[in-house]
Design a protein around this ligand. Structure first.
Ligand SMILES: *[C@@H]1O[C@H](CO)[C@@H](O)[C@H](O)[C@H]1NC(C)=O
Ligand SMILES: *[C@@H]1O[C@H](CO)[C@@H](O)[C@H](O)[C@H]1NC(C)=O
Ligand SMILES: *[C@@H]1O[C@H](CO)[C@@H](O)[C@H](O)[C@H]1NC(C)=O
Ligand SMILES: *[C@@H]1O[C@H](CO)[C@@H](O)[C@H](O)[C@H]1NC(C)=O
Ligand SMILES: [Zn+2]
Length: 956
């Protein structure tokens, strides 16, 4: 599945009040970077909503085969004929429905008198008292059906036969059914939008992870691959799309027509897609040599406005890149990508018909920001990577999801870099994945990447696998592996894996086998253990080490890194929390040969230095570990940062390590804050962003306390030197060109003069209000300006934003406004906005939880959002689906600021009060929120005085 991204913070002008010198420059840039770029690229999958161990599914072993969530695997499907007919107008009961019929051919591989097949929320047609028709495809007749029934809990249709099916014989099972085409974003569902004042209805689908069974009865597990022959019946003025190329078959004299599709390749049910709409497309084969149909689909207006052009431009080059990288041709005859008005995840890699949120596929050269463009590039690169890794070769079961998603997350940077080579995008994995997941994996309640197959059973447990550990730690450890094997060796192993297992399923160790073979076929490549043994340390135990180097003696040690040093790790590890750690390093500016730390403690004489010499570890930041040094070496590195910072190539890592070591009480907070004093001379994006994110934690912890007040009373004494500078070629791409420099100059003027900035921003916004057809605000500044204008303004500003939000024809513009409306300081506006989030005619269901999160991000909105969610938990839970991804993020978003004992008690009470309702996919997030709040309380207590002192002294 693709990623869910959204702007998760509204630091905005609230930050400008913090004027301590150490922060001045940070603030200046925070606007441009923070808002526009980074936040657009937010979370993936489950966000940070993962933690603790999986609860056991059931206490006792289920008695009957249909009480188990996993299929018995006695029947193996080979092909399906599926016909679906969605009705895009409501029936006499005002219900939108679809009807369909399906025939599945399967082979019996284990003797059984039961047919168990998934079916969920479908009303099945009765055939002579039974819910299906069974036929034998051999000479002998099929056994009669004795009894048939549905099991809603495990989502099965069960047929009890009068005698057993014969092993090796093919049978076919026919069903006819009716289902609701609901607006629930799951299975075959309905999306609505308005175009030129007319309401339009789209039928579309989202099958991952377990919703194909809500569309037609099927063996709905990823290993049950089959060929699908699909037909869709629809109105004549609509088009139908599915995984295969369409072979039109129009039946005359009937008001509807049937579109038939080329049979698919052998594929998993979760990758199916069915769409009926009146969208249009652009297509092209420019820059693409293979005869492949590449199309971008969207609402008519969006395509007419040219919003699909950028996606079309980059799809060909990215596919070509992957063909070379994987050494395997694109397996299908077409590639469709479609932008949908309602879509829960960021995008979904359905084979041959990828579905996207509009913000992840559409780009408008005039209206969109650079951040929007980057998001389109990376999401497309991610989904296209899955066409091979995930779709051609698929993991056996959801417990190995991390391999599928981690891999796509890693190679999306390679694909995006190929499409936009000037962006330096590959380095950004450090911020968006490595640093992000470090935060979660440093908790005692984290969990290993790999889960046992029997730990993941029901749909909520599957849904919970789509979390940051799977996506980002998966990406980080695969990147580390690729680095220590070297990319050509990694790619050779990968290609051999993909070619061997094409159209079938694997477990993650199959990849290790093929990489090991590639290692053995590479003369001169030496790794200290096998790929299996090295990677087991990273995938079978949770967490990661902090590597400590004492440069006085060259002594190097490793220890499990825990954010809360008092936390108790009760999850045992067969490796006792030690890792095989590949370390790239340099000494006084000179690269050294890679060093492997293979035990708890080692001495490496070459790492012992004295005098002016210094040592820097993890220089390419590809190692998944933190680094600490003796104080002398820290001092040498810090003074180097202040004199000649470019010599230190992993500055972002130094900053992030220092702040986190301080949170873990390994070094003191002042040392961490000292890593930021050089930033006024920093030109690179990544160190800045790294510092901002770490300081953001301080802001969250202190923005309701005297620390915040004390810092905001100080006025800045120095401005950033940045104004006079021309960014170098290595600077982040948003900042290239004179236009961007001017924007930054304005930003800085704003950040150092709050009053003047207010006037400027209010002026721009007012100009826009007076002439809504002409928005004078530059796309890269819109998020900041909208948020600030609404924060400074009142109901008039808010209502204008609402009107523009409702009228927006570009989804990313609507998304910016939706986020900005959460910036108001007026409680009644915030409460009204909260109410809107549960009214789908006002806020789309796909956006409800993120909107609540934006409100919670606002210091005034946080308690309102918390009360709102507490009061309505049961309603939200019922309405917004149990398997939905968003619950973990909702809980997480609301509780990020929690740092008082009172809040901890409230959280615990919330948990108790809702036991009967449940938390679904947020169960672990609730546990994690409790652990994080506990840690925050301790941190605030320990650091309040120190931080107050630092800001007071630094700013006078
Ligand atoms: C599926 O449809 C094809 C083409 O119409 C037909 O040849 C085949 O027999 C059908 N299979 C089943 C099981 O109905
Ligand atoms: C399915 O059948 C049930 C029971 O008869 C009925 O309540 C429900 O509305 C039906 N579903 C649809 C989508 O018609
Ligand atoms: C797409 O490519 C064409 C041809 O190179 C170019 O003129 C156009 O500006 C590109 N469009 C976008 C949105 O990048
Ligand atoms: C690419 O694949 C072909 C055929 O599958 C194989 O012969 C060749 O060695 C592969 N090349 C690389 C670089 O792996
Ligand atoms: Zn994915």
């Amino acid at each position: 599945m693709g990623k869910v991204y959204y702007i998760s913070k509204n630091v905005g002008l609230g930050l400008l009040a913090l004027a301590a010198v150490a922060l001045v420059t940070i603030l200046a840039l925070s606007i441009a970077y923070d808002k526009e770029k980074a936040r657009n690229r937010g979370t993936s999958g489950d966000g940070t909503g993962d933690s603790t161990s999986m609860p056991p599914t059931t206490s006792s072993t289920p008695k009957e085969p249909w009480d188990r969530y996993r299929l018995p695997h006695s029947l193996v499907p080979s092909s399906y004929n599926v016909t679906l007919w969605p009705r895009l107008t409501p029936d006499e009961n005002s219900l939108y429905i679809f009807t369909g019929r399906s025939t599945v051919e399967f082979r019996c591989v284990k003797e059984t008198d039961l047919i168990i097949i998934h079916s969920n929320k479908l009303n099945l047609t009765d055939f002579n008292g039974q819910l299906a028709k069974l036929t034998s495809l051999s000479e002998a007749t099929a056994p009669a059906i004795q009894k048939s029934w549905l099991v809603p809990k495990t989502e099965y249709l069960v047929l009890q036969l009068q005698r057993t099916l014969a092993v090796g014989v093919m049978y076919s099972l026919h069903t006819e059914f009716l289902g609701e085409l609901a607006d629930d974003l799951e299975g075959f569902y309905r999306s609505e939008y308005t175009e030129d004042g007319v309401k339009k209805v789209v039928a579309t689908s989202q099958m991952q992870a377990a919703y194909a069974r809500k569309t037609f009865p099927c063996f709905d597990e990823p290993a049950m691959k089959a060929v699908f022959n699909v037909s869709i019946i629809h109105e004549r003025d609509m088009i139908a799309l599915s995984n295969g190329r369409e072979i039109d078959a129009i039946v005359d004299g009937v008001p509807v027509r049937t579109t038939t599709f080329e049979p698919t390749r052998r594929m998993s049910t979760y990758l199916l897609a069915f769409i009926v709409c009146d969208f249009i497309s652009i297509q092209g084969v420019k820059n693409f040599s293979v005869s492949l149909q590449v199309r971008i689909w969207a609402r008519r207006k969006a395509i007419d406005d040219g919003q699909g052009e950028y996606a079309l431009n980059i799809t060909g080059p990215i596919l070509q890149f992957y063909e070379r990288y994987y050494n395997a041709t694109y397996p299908l005859s077409k590639s469709d990508q479609i932008a949908l008005p309602d879509f829960n995840a960021g995008a979904m890699e359905n084979w041959g018909l990828i579905t996207y949120r509009e913000t992840a596929l559409l780009y408008d050269p005039v209206m969109s920001s650079t951040g929007n463009k980057e998001r389109v590039t990376t999401v497309i690169a991610h989904e296209l990577a899955h066409m091979w890794f995930g779709n051609l070769v698929t993991v056996q079961w959801w417990n190995d999801l991390w391999l599928n998603e981690g891999f796509a997350m890693y190679v999306e940077y390679l694909g995006a870099d190929h499409a936009e080579p000037t962006w330096n995008i590959k380095d950004q994995i450090i911020l968006y994945d490595v640093h992000k997941v470090f935060g979660i994996d440093a908790l005692a309640s984290s969990h290993p990447l790999t889960r046992r197959e029997d730990e993941v059973n029901d749909p909520a447990q599957i849904s919970e696998m789509f979390n940051t550990i799977s996506y980002s730690k998966g990406a980080a450890v695969l990147r580390m592996l690729s680095e220590f094997l070297s990319e050509p060796v990694f790619a050779r192993g990968l290609s051999s894996y993909l070619n061997t297992f094409a159209f079938s399923n694997t477990v993650y160790t199959d990849l290790w086998d093929h990489l090991q073979k590639a290692v053995e076929n590479t003369p001169g490549l030496h790794i200290p253990h096998t790929v299996h043994d090295i990677m087991n340390r990273w995938t079978l135990q949770m967490g990661f080490p902090v590597v400590t180097l004492d440069t006085r003696r060259g002594r190097i040690t490793q220890k499990h890194f825990l954010l809360d040093p008092d936390s108790v790790v009760d999850r045992p590890s067969q490796f006792n929390y030690t890792w095989f750690v590949p370390i790239k390093w340099m000494k006084t500016g000179v690269e050294q040969q890679q060093y492997w730390l293979l035990k708890d403690t080692d001495t490496h004489d070459e790492m012992s230095v004295s005098g002016e010499d210094w040592v820097l570890l993890n220089t390419n930041v590809s190692g998944f570990f933190r680094v600490n040094y003796d104080l002398q070496n820290w001092d040498r590195l810090l003074s180097l940062l202040n004199t000649d910072h470019q010599v230190i190539i992993n500055r972002a890592q130094i900053i992030d390590d220092a702040f986190n070591l301080a949170r873990a009480k390994i070094i003191n907070t002042t040392l961490a804050l000292r890593t930021t004093t050089y930033l006024s001379r920093e030109r690179d994006y990544i160190p800045w962003e790294s510092a901002l994110r770490n300081l953001d934690y301080y802001i969250l912890m202190f923005d309701r306390t005297e620390v915040y007040g004390a810092t905001s009373r100080k006025s800045p004494t120095t401005g950033p030197e940045f104004l006079q500078d021309t960014p170098t070629s290595k600077t982040f791409h948003t900042r290239q060109g004179t236009k961007y420099n001017q924007i930054n100059a304005i930003e800085i003027a704003c950040s150092t003069n709050v009053e003047g900035c207010r006037e400027l921003i209010k002026g721009w916004y007012r100009q826009w209000m007076e002439n809504p057809q002409h928005n004078p605000i530059h796309p890269n500044l819109k998020s900041t300006v909208y948020c600030s204008a609404i924060a400074f303004g009142g109901v008039e500003e808010w209502d204008f934003a609402w009107k523009m939000f409702k009228n927006a024809t570009l989804a990313s513009e609507a998304a910016r406004l939706r986020s900005a409306m959460a910036c108001t300081k007026a409680p009644w506006l915030l409460n009204r906005y909260l109410e809107y989030t549960l009214d789908p005619s006002k806020i789309r269901k796909q956006d409800a939880t993120s909107t609540i999160q934006y409100i919670a991000r606002n210091v005034v909105g946080m308690p309102l959002a918390w009360n709102f969610v507490r009061a309505k938990w049961s309603y939200i839970f019922q309405q917004y689906g149990r398997g939905s991804f968003s619950f973990a993020r909702l809980v997480n978003g609301i509780t990020t600021r929690f740092s008082t004992d009172f809040e901890l008690q409230e959280l615990k009470k919330f948990k108790e009060d809702n036991v009967h309702v449940g938390f679904g996919s947020a169960s672990l997030a609730v546990e994690q929120a409790i652990e994080k709040t506990t840690t925050n309380i301790k941190w605030v207590t320990a650091n309040k005085a120190g931080v107050l002192t630092w800001f007071t002294e630094e700013s006078t």
